[in-house]
Write a protein that binds this ligand. Structure first.
Ligand SMILES: [Zn+2]
Length: 502
């Protein structure tokens, strides 16, 4: 049994003015042929799961191409065309030489390209042209996918992450590998049913360790144990995509029983719809968030800079929360991170211990706060590289590029340290601070540019977590973004909407 593996993954924020190019993928996670196996074997990633399942079930995996870039603006036509050609040319060569029995792909589900609003549909059409309509093609997806019926029809089975923060790409990759063996060796007949629920859900409410997602996860897992059901995926979707198919998706795959898949998908969709009010985020005003954190008896208090989450495609140079921390006189506060290559260069030239006056952040667009004039002391300089040791992306090396830690004096004797990076990075591991000589557990306030992923690493150390209502391309107030292409009606924009899964 020979299974080709690979993938192309991107989460596209269509509101971003910065397009995602081929270079972004090549500088992201990019590997081809044998180097793919070297890079991913032993990692807690989807590819790592494919590879381990093959080892345990005694089948061969043949690497093609894996490319993913940091979430950002629309993927250029040249980038998607080149990557898809890289993937399908390799697949064609491998399959022509010695036929493969199936294809395992790690995709995302929320890629929007100049070539197609449905990036994954585009990729799968190209893969099907090489391997034909009958070949088992099992796709691992991020829980943030906005999924079209066409995409589901092109894949044999869709296996989406169960958890947000995404602590289970490896487990779902492994599960996809198990399902592949069942398809090839046991002849199971995957029969999927998809329901797109007209619900634009706030990302903060997609956290899977609290309601409403916790109950949905349990219900999905119960259904998965029922006879005849192969896989249940629930995808609350990525709301920062102004495309017709942005929605909350349920996919239930049965073993040759379409009516059963449909009934179970309807049961899950009805559950989601009943909870629709709870999928609207309720963030805290910025000053209120900072004052609450300052008044707390002990730290660390983690404040989420919700509107500028680079993991949702934002610039990562927003200054609004930093400005509030300085103005209100916060003590022992650290901001992780602000991406500003110009300031890193200036700090590097000035050297450790030097004082410099710079304009920090707010440079990419007008939506994340103004550039902030500051006088800062350079506390440390580094290459910005570290390895994730927590439960998300375990073992994956991060490269934030040259990085400087600046200390800035605030009002009333306050003081804020800022990790200034060259590249964008969503703080999802405590090493982002420790690698810069800052012990996060000793800070009073940690401000992180993240919506939910930070919780995997920071919940265990946080005395309290506050979600701040900062402005930006990942604003928790979805009504602040101007949607033109979304399919209407949709909740909560059309609050009177009556809907039933049918
Ligand atoms: Zn995601």
């Amino acid at each position: 049994m020979r299974i080709a593996i690979g993938g192309i993954a991107h989460e596209t924020n269509t509101f971003s003015i910065v397009p995602t190019t081929l270079e972004d993928f090549q500088q992201g996670h990019y590997a081809v042929d044998e180097s793919l196996l070297t890079k991913y074997t032993g990692t807690k990633t989807g590819l790592g799961g494919f590879i381990d399942a093959a080892r345990d079930l005694n089948y061969q995996v043949i690497p093609t191409l894996m490319a993913s870039a940091t979430p950002g603006g629309i993927v250029t036509a040249a980038a998607l065309a080149t990557l898809v050609e890289g993937l399908t040319t390799r697949l064609d060569t491998i399959h022509t030489k010695t036929p493969v029995d199936g294809v395992l792909l790690s995709l995302h589900g929320a890629m929007v390209s100049e070539l197609d609003d449905d990036g994954e549909g585009y990729i799968l059409r190209a893969v099907r042209q090489v391997v034909g309509p009958e070949m088992p093609v099992i796709v691992e997806l991020d829980l943030h996918g906005n999924i079209t019926p066409e995409m589901v029809s092109l894949a044999s089975i869709c296996v989406a992450y169960d958890e947000y923060p995404h602590t289970d790409p490896y487990e779902r990759g492994y599960e996809a590998g198990l399902l592949m063996a069942k398809m090839v060796r046991e002849g199971i007949q995957p029969t999927p049913h998809i329901i797109n629920i007209p619900l634009l859900s706030g990302m903060q409410r997609q956290y899977t360790h609290a309601e409403p997602m916790l109950g949905l996860k349990r219900l999905a897992h119960d259904i998965e144990t029922e006879r005849g059901i192969l896989k249940v995926s629930y995808l609350p979707g990525f709301p920062y995509a102004d495309i017709p198919h942005t929605s909350f998706t349920i996919i239930v795959t049965s073993n040759g029983e379409p009516q059963l898949a449909k009934a179970k998908a309807q049961e899950l969709a009805a559950y989601v719809w009943d909870w629709r009010d709870d999928f609207v985020a309720q963030p805290v005003f910025i000053d209120e968030a900072v004052i609450k954190a300052m008044q707390a008896p002990a730290g660390p208090i983690v404040i989420a800079d919700s509107g500028d989450n680079p993991g949702a495609g934002t610039p990562c140079d927003g200054t609004v929360l930093l400005e509030a921390l300085l103005r209100l006189g916060a003590q022992k506060a650290t901001v992780g991170v602000i991406a500003d290559p110009e300031v890193v260069k200036a700090a590097t030239q000035a050297g450790i211990g030097a004082t410099l006056s710079v304009t920090l952040g707010g440079k990419v667009d007008q939506l994340h706060g103004d550039p902030l004039p500051v006088t800062a002391t350079v506390k440390s300089l580094s290459d910005g590289r570290f390895t994730h040791t927590g439960s998300m992306l375990t073992g994956i090396e991060i490269n934030m590029g040259p990085t400087a830690v600046l200390e800035i004096a605030g009002a009333q004797g306050g003081s804020v340290r800022v990790i200034v990076t060259t590249h964008r990075y969503q703080p999802t591991d405590l090493e982002v601070f420790r690698s810069q000589g800052i012990e996060p557990t000793e800070q009073k306030i940690l401000a992180v540019k993240s919506l939910v992923h930070f919780r995997a690493a920071f919940t265990p150390i946080a005395k309290q977590i506050i979600e701040a209502d900062t402005p930006g391309l990942s604003s928790p107030h979805l009504g602040r973004l101007t949607f033109c292409h979304l399919k209407r009606p949709i909740y909560p924009f059309d609050p009177e909407l009556k809907w039933k899964p049918s």
